[in-house]
Structure formats: structure tokens, C-alpha cells
Design a protein around this ligand. Sequence first.
Ligand code: NAD
Ligand code: LMR
Length: 327
Amino acid sequence: MSKTPIRVAVTGAAGNIGYALLFRIASGEMLGKDQPVILQLLEIPVEGPQKALKGVAMELEDCAFPLLQDMVLTGDADVAFKDANWCLLVGSKPRGPGMERADLLKDNGKIFIGQGQAIDKVAADDARIAVVGNPCNTNVMIAAAQAKRLTADRFTAMVRLDENRGRAQLAKKAGVSINEVSDLFIYGNHSPTMFADFTHAKIGGKAAAEVIGDEAWLKNEYLPTVGKRGAAIIDARGQSSAASAANALIDHVRDLSTPGAIHSVAVKSEGRYGFNPDVWAGMPVKTTTAGSFEVIESYEMDDFAKSKIALTNYELVGERETIKDLL
Ligand code: NAD
Ligand code: LMR
């Protein structure tokens, strides 16, 4: 007997990330090859984006995905999030060349008030939310602040792209396959202040710092390369990452649905690792059951790591201060 379909709401569904994401969800890459899905797609309620959304839906139809049980296309958040089990909040402005993600705060932040309210009102009791729209750590805080029914642990933001970037850069430097790199977690903000914790990372089961054997490279080249990779992509492509962002979101949701998976997720810090308790910060998370996780709190940080965490925490607290009227 086939499984009950999972309802996946995706905002900004006609955008760049949406186009790289929806087909993979519908083909079963995110929730499993035997898991039917219903896509509930939200776009801004004006002609251009709604027409583009119809085009994307036509293409989804033309793929004849066996797992895609239904699609809802809408400009109304209450319809998009109705009974949704996963709410993927992608829709928002991307930054252009020369901007920092925090420059988007005032424009994008307010989107997450209405969407947070709609999710809390109409989404499924087991709803989980993953925020991608930038600056994602602070936007998720805005959405979660609207929730009276859903608890803060249901709200996550994506730092998985940073983890994937960090693993890829270590593998490249060491000249090994990506599968050799493990235990690399992202702490803090999805911004250049993030800390890609190479101090606990492993390559082929050995300490990455030992295998690389070049502390100056790790501190002065590796960290900025990972932290500023988004800007480097905008500079090269003329627009922000889309396929790799969609891929990271697939990883984020799949791993949060797979007991035993360990990866970086931005969650409400509750004071862990010295972060302000009220900010959403990247940290290592272990999925316990298909619907819940625990933060791994056992990593001991040295003075260097602590100073990096303090810096990214300072930025997150500053972002929170900037949008405090939206909370
Ligand atoms: P895009 O401009 O191509 O698409 C965004 C889509 O969202 C557009 O179709 C737009 O009409 C829609 N939209 C805007 N406001 C909306 C709203 N209120 N409700 C529903 N839809 C709305 O942008 P993109 O490249 O897909 O990027 C989307 C966001 O993701 C940006 O903020 C970008 O910075 C961010 N991003 C985050 C990460 C990450 O790692 N966290 C990675 C890449 C991109
Ligand atoms: C990224 O990291 O690629 C995205 O957050 C887009 C950006 O603005 O950098």
C-alpha cells in the first residue's frame, strides 16, 4: 500500500532556486523514492510570477513523476501552507554584486511575518520549516516569532550549503574524494562571519588540520573562501547560487528526516556554544527520529574557535537588533 503523501509548500517557486528544486523533490530525491508528495507552490500574487509558476507546473506535469500526486499553485499563503508538513521558505530577493546578505534584511524580513503567521495558522501539526531566503538566520527568527502553536524547534534555516562548500574545499586541498571529509560543521550565521570548524573536521578519519598541515591556509584562506563563496558565485555568474542552494536544501530536509544523520543546521541556539539564546545559529545536529533532532553539544572549542564563534554571534545579535520591530 502506498504511503500517505507529504505536503511540501515551496515559496518563490518560480524563482531560480525553485526551478532547480521542485523537480528533485517530485522525483523523490528529498523524501524518498517511495514517498508520494503534493507540491503547494506560492508565488507573489501578480501576473508575471503567477504565469511563470504555471509554466513550471506544466513542466512538472510533463515529467510524469509517479510520486507527484498533486500540485497547488497559489498567491495566497493560507492556501500554500494548508496542512503542509514541510514549508520551504525560499521566496525573497537575492542580493546583487557588492551587497551583503544583511542588506536584504529590511526588504525581505517583512515577508516572514505574514508567512510565519500563515504557517502557524494552517500548516500541519507536525510542520517543519526551512528558511533559505536571505538573511536566512534572521528571517527564520522573524517567522518563528509569529508562532503560537508550533514550537521554535520546528523552525530551521539553511547552512548546509556552507557545510557542503567547506567539505568540498577541504577535499580539494587534500586531493581526496569528498567522502573522506567528515565532521565539518558550520557555526553561526550564513554570512562571511560563519565559522567552518576545521578544528574538529576529519579527512580519512584523521584530524583535518594534521592532514592539511598548513594552519595559516586553514585560518587565512580556507575560512574566507568558504565564508565568501556566495559572493564569488554572484561575481562569476552574475546571479546568486541556485542549483547548489537547491541541492543543499534537498540535503537539509533529507537529513532532518533520516534518523542518525548528522549535519549543520541553523537552530534556535538556546545558549549552546556561547551563542545568544534567542538567535538562530548553525551548529551540528543529529536527527533522532524522522521528525525530531538533538543538537550535538559535546565539541570542545579552543580559543581560536571561541573567538570566531563570538564574532558570528555578535553579528547575529546585531541583525536581531536591526529587525526587533518585526519580532
Ligand atoms: P529569485 O529572485 O530567482 O526567486 C525568488 C522568487 O521568490 C521570485 O520568483 C519571486 O517572485 C518570489 N517571491 C518574492 N517574494 C515572495 C513572497 N513574499 N512570497 C512568495 N514568493 C515570493 O531568487 P533565488 O535565486 O531563487 O533566491 C531566493 C532567496 O534564496 C534569496 O533571498 C537568496 O539570497 C537566497 N539564497 C539563500 C541561500 C542559502 O544558503 N541560505 C543560498 C542561495 C540563495
Ligand atoms: C549563497 O551563499 O550562495 C547565497 O546565500 C546567495 C548569496 O547571497 O550569497
